[in-house]
Design a protein around this ligand. Structure first.
Ligand code: SUG
Length: 432
């Protein structure tokens, strides 16, 4: 056999062995607050102007990471952004004393929802064999539109290895909200898969945040095979009911798609395409007659992390709210009692994030990679989680009343808290 060929086969073999899914959770920032900024996100509107509890919120996020580490799942983190975002305010000619809602926009901790940080195409799907990431531009919501520069800095640091290619954002006005509108189905994380980009055209009274042109740009930059890439329209009915991202009504892992009956504009066409490309696919569709769209959105049933455990079984990691709505509770009992692919449910308390419309799946960005290629400062184990628990317990504000968002003392304490976190992670010298 030709020497060069055998070497590349070995390299491919090694890649297949070590590629694994790593969940990068956003640490909830010290400025976490409820400002009612997201039109179309029912929880954000409902909890506008409530007092928030940043310390409890961040500790809940760390507890979720610990829960998943204990399940044997590789875990990473992304950092809260500097808040208030002073350079962005300056670019607007504004200050923290400007009229509402400018101070709230500059203070938002929305970078915690890292499912909106980027879209990720694992190496086995891309033309050049690299893992590609495109930072999301988040242009639809003003408070999220200034996340991407800091996210890009973090991604370029965490994924500096040549195994990755990190792209800048798709240009405005084409809205891109990242992995929350992207699904991947594959026989195993390290094998080639089918990538599905879900976009919206109209959402009734609410904006469709993901534009098809943006999804197409991401797929092109990632070098995906058009024959194994689908662009699927989200149902207008779903957006109008409060599913401002696809991950509020659908989630995929391995060969399983778990979706609400009313998630997609043309479900029959989508399922047929999927079955043609991936005949082994298992579609677990929840009928509206069992769980209404409104119960699905209130419970965040689909904003679960659908994961493959080290045993090979699939499990749903759900918010505790999903236990509290009887139709959803009963559906889940039947789901695990049946003989489908989803064998277990686990519940995590992320109530502070949920109150702003962010469930377990919003809080994480999935990257299929060899952990040895990732900057270790962005990976966590239980010992690091212990240290982070202590930093947050000491430095994160206990509560924020939204009427205090322009308070200078609060800003200083939030900036000091982030500095303490960066010190603990050995990231203080980096320009993030
Ligand atoms: O973009 N909430 C976020 C929630 C993001 C959830 N992410 C996923 N579904 N992947 C949003 O609407 C609320 C901020 C406020 O109102 O203060 C907010 O931005």
């Amino acid at each position: 056999m030709d020497g060069r060929f055998s070497t590349s086969l070995e390299t491919i073999g090694v890649c297949l062995l070590v590629l694994t899914e790593i969940n990068f959770d956003g640490i909830v920032g010290p400025s976490h607050n409820y400002a009612g900024l997201s039109l179309g996100n029912l929880a954000s509107a409902k909890n506008a102007n409530q007092t928030s509890y940043p310390r409890a919120a961040a500790l809940q996020g760390l507890a979720k990471m610990r829960h998943n580490v204990r399940l044997g799942l590789p875990q990473g983190l992304l950092l809260p952004h500097p808040r208030p975002d002073r350079p962005w305010l300056e670019s607007l000619g504004a200050t923290m004393n400007s009229a509402a809602p400018v101070p709230a926009w500059a203070m938002s901790a929305s970078a915690m929802w890292t499912a909106n940080a980027a879209t990720v195409s694992p190496a086995p799907d891309t033309r050049d064999g690299k893992c590609h990431l495109t930072v999301a531009n988040l242009v639809t919501m003003p408070h999220r539109s200034h996340e991407w520069p800091n996210t890009l800095k973090q991604l370029r640091l965490a994924f500096a290895d040549p195994a990755f290619d990190v792209h800048g954002p798709v240009p405005a006005p084409f809205g891109d909200e990242g992995a929350a509108n992207h699904m991947r189905l594959a026989p195993a994380h390290g094998e080639p898969g089918v990538e599905i980009f879900v976009y919206g055209r109209t959402g009734g009274p609410f904006p469709a945040r993901q534009h098809r042109i943006a999804s197409e740009a991401v797929a092109a930059h990632h070098g995906l095979d058009p024959a194994r890439t689908l662009f699927v329209e989200q149902a207008e009915q779903a957006i109008a009911a409060g599913a401002f991202h696809n991950d509020v009504v659908a989630v995929a892992d391995g060969l399983t798609l778990f979706a609400h009956e009313h998630a997609f504009a043309d479900r029959a066409g989508f399922y047929a395409d999927l079955e043609r490309l991936l005949p082994e696919v298992r579609i677990v569709e929840v009928p509206a007659a069992r769980v209404s769209l409104s119960d699905a959105i209130a419970s965040y049933l689909f904003n679960a992390q659908l994961v493959t455990l080290p045993s090979g079984e699939q499990a749903l990691i759900l918010p505790t709210e999903a236990q509290e709505i009887s139709a959803v509770h009963d559906y889940l009992e039947d789901l695990v009692a049946g003989n489908g692919p989803i064998r277990a449910t686990r519940f995590v308390d992320v109530r502070q994030s949920m109150a702003n419309g962010g469930g377990p799946a919003c809080l994480r960005l999935r990257v299929v990679a060899d952990p040895a290629r990732v900057d270790p400062r962005f990976l966590v184990d239980e010992a690091k989680l212990d240290r982070l628990d202590a930093v947050i317990a000491e430095h994160w504000p206990e509560s924020i009343d939204p009427s205090r968002l322009s308070d200078r003392t609060l800003h200083l304490s939030i900036e000091a808290a982030r500095t303490a976190l960066l010190d603990a992670l050995d990231l203080a010298r980096e320009a993030v």
